[in-house]
Design a protein around this ligand. Structure first.
Ligand code: G6P
Length: 480
């Protein structure tokens, strides 16, 4: 059987003291173990720029190839390299996270475009393509992950590679009007059409991707999920990422009894608890949620001292201005709300910036009454799925879920809210607090059913099986 090669910006390297906890990392590792495989990506280090060119004076900047470090664990080989300071600034902080990320999350106001950053993004994509060329056998299957690597397949094809190459976008896909703000949009969508299979999180994202291909490139739509562009056929299809519900249920049950250091849950025994877990990212609607919580406390003073919002807010991408600004705003808003409403024995919002271990988090989910997700745009949002899976089947909590999270397409039995409508969120919170056990049970059971029907392994298997049997021109008798 051909082996599998995974490429992602971040790589989940094996750690003997701490097995991979994230569902995605485990699912990919399982797939890699099954056939034997390689996981390629950035090792998280940044090296000074001088190394780009000084390593070999005859090597041009564009063709700079870093040293890849190798770690072998069972049947998986991990190959990772550092980024140079310039690559980190321009590819990672720049084009990936200051152009594509805001674009995909419909934040035109935050979208910046700098041609030099686009250039470096292309160089990094080319660099990983060269590494793929060096390690892949012709029948190996390559699975590229996320917005950092729109252009890798193009460079692979330029290097003469005919391998099946799939791409999964973990974040939303931008609407046409936003693509049109990126001067190199057409080029990026062309690059996407060098993949055999492009996977998206939701039907909505799938339709936006199709529309970008047919409108920007005038590519021909030949079936619901097939597009033809310059003699190449690309399948564009929705694969909503899932979790492993049975395993999470087990972990949550086991860890619910742990001593909880993150929040003092014992002291909150007689209160309603809300949990929010987010990277501090402007796509998550954290400030909107805090505003709605403050409005709730205004409108329902009888809940003072009877409800606490527990917030895990993890700082990320702190070299980017928009993230630094939001980090300050989040902490200031928490302070302001606490100043307004706190009493000597009650803090309305208990917010930590700590990264909480996955199993502790699952235990915490099981012990909290409400999970509140207010993303303004989100690829899937696995917190929604993990919160439900972690619940006590006999006394489950309630999920409040933004209609703009990908998860809302499949989790309609949650309390679906519009995070831009404060009163809608206040009402949902009140409904969640008052919800009788019978209704909580019925919603929980339907949500669990959905999580079990298409789990993380189904997601991975379906993507890989579609990629392996992917259509190319020879499968089409009709002229295209
Ligand atoms: C999102 C992206 C991932 C990324 C993660 C963390 O979930 O889809 O590709 O790894 O954010 O972001 P970071 O910039 O810290 O890698």
């Amino acid at each position: 059987m051909s082996k599998l090669i995974v490429l992602s910006n971040r790589v989940s390297l094996p750690n003997p003291d701490k097995p991979a906890a994230g569902g995605l990392a485990v699912a990919l590792q399982d797939a890699l173990t099954e056939t034997g495989g390689i996981w390629l990506g950035w090792n998280g280090d940044i090296i000074p720029d001088s190394r780009d060119t000084s390593a070999d004076e005859n090597t041009s900047h564009a063709a700079y190839q870093p040293q890849f470090g190798q770690v072998v664990d069972g049947k998986i080989e991990y190959l990772t390299c550092p980024l140079t300071q310039n690559q980190y600034d321009q590819y990672y902080c720049g084009f990936a996270n200051n152009t594509l990320w805001p674009a995909m999350h419909e934040r035109q106001d935050l979208l910046e475009y700098n041609p030099a950053e686009f250039e470096t993004y292309q160089q990094v994509n080319a660099l990983f393509a060269r590494q793929l060329k060096a390690i892949a056998q012709p029948d190996d299957v390559i699975w590229v992950h996320d917005y950092h690597f729109f252009s890798v397949a193009r460079y692979c094809r330029e290097l003469g590679m005919d391998n099946k190459i799939g791409f999964f976008l973990h974040i939303p896909f931008a609407p046409l009007s936003i693509w049109q703000c990126i001067p190199t949009a057409e080029r990026l969508i062309q690059d996407l059409c060098h993949y055999d299979l492009v996977g998206l999180q939701t039907d909505y994202d799938q339709s936006l991707c199709m529309q970008a291909c047919t409108t920007l490139l005038k590519a021909q739509k030949i079936q619901h999920s097939l597009v033809s562009y310059q003699q190449r056929i690309t399948t564009i299809k929705c694969y909503p990422i899932g979790i492993n519900p049975a395993q999470i249920q087990q972990v949550a049950k086991k860890h619910a009894n742990d001593r909880q250091d993150v929040f003092d849950l014992k002291a909150l025994k007689h209160q309603k608890t809300i949990i929010g877990v987010d990277r501090i990212d402007y796509s998550k609607g954290i400030l909107e949620r805090f505003d709605a919580f403050a409005a709730f406390l205004e409108q329902y003073p009888q809940y003072h001292r009877r409800i606490t919002e527990l917030q895990i807010a993890c700082p990320c991408r702190m070299d980017i201005l928009a993230y630094q600004r939001l980090f300050r705003q989040v902490n200031q808003t928490v302070e302001k709300i606490n100043d307004t409403f706190a009493q000597h024995d009650w803090l309305p919002i208990d917010c930590t910036n700590e990264v909480v271990p996955h199993e502790t988090l699952m235990g915490l989910y099981r012990l909290t009454d409400i999970c509140w997700i207010s993303s303004l745009r989100d690829g899937m949002n696995l917190v929604a799925k993990e919160y439900i899976a972690a619940q006590d089947p006999e006394n489950p909590g309630v999920l409040i879920l933004s209609k703009y999270a990908g998860a809302a397409e499949q989790m309609q039995q949650a309390l679906i809210v519009d995070p831009t409508d404060t009163q809608d969120m206040v009402n949902a919170l009140k409904t969640a607090i008052d919800m009788p056990l019978e209704e909580r049970l019925s919603r929980y059971q339907q949500l669990m059913q959905g999580l079990t029907t298409f789990d993380i392994n189904d997601w991975r298997n379906q993507f890989l099986s579609d990629l392996r049997k992917n259509h190319q021109l020879e499968n089409f008798k009709q002229p295209i």
